[in-house]
Design a protein around this ligand. Sequence first.
Ligand code: C2G
Length: 139
Amino acid sequence: MKRVITYGTFDLLHYGHIELLKRAKALGDYLIVALSTDEFNRVEKNKYCYFSYEQRKSLLEAIRYVDLVIPEENWEQKKTDVHEYHIDTFVIGDDWEGKFDFLKDEGVEVVYLSRTPEISTTQIKKDMAGGKDSEKLKG
Ligand code: C2G
């Protein structure tokens, strides 16, 4: 059984996230998502989520590609997570290209997948804030 892990905030879940999770699962048999907690997002990523950790967790658990959701509470845990969960492959979007190559020293394959263009949680928030004037929301 090939075990894959990925990390992220996954707020306002969208098709870019789904495409990432779908491709991540295709690299193995079991996919773990380490989901950034509200505190980690706020303190370390300066992200303020629309959905709480528990809400984001339940959304991810409803996705067919996801087998387990665990909390991401700090930057350092990846090094121990890969051993604790017997991970074969670490996967993340290529906006992080090169940032996690150190995991290769832990015997883990590191894969950076292309991001899905034109969609992001930030863009969704901007478009929704723009209301009827937003290009995206023109009926
Ligand atoms: N993603 C994507 N395409 C998009 C948007 C996001 O492929 N249009 C991917 C990101 O590259 C990431 C995952 O979806 O692999 C989750 O994205 P975020 O929630 O923005 O995660 P991020 O804040 O990058 O957190 O320790 C690592 C961090 O927790 C990663």
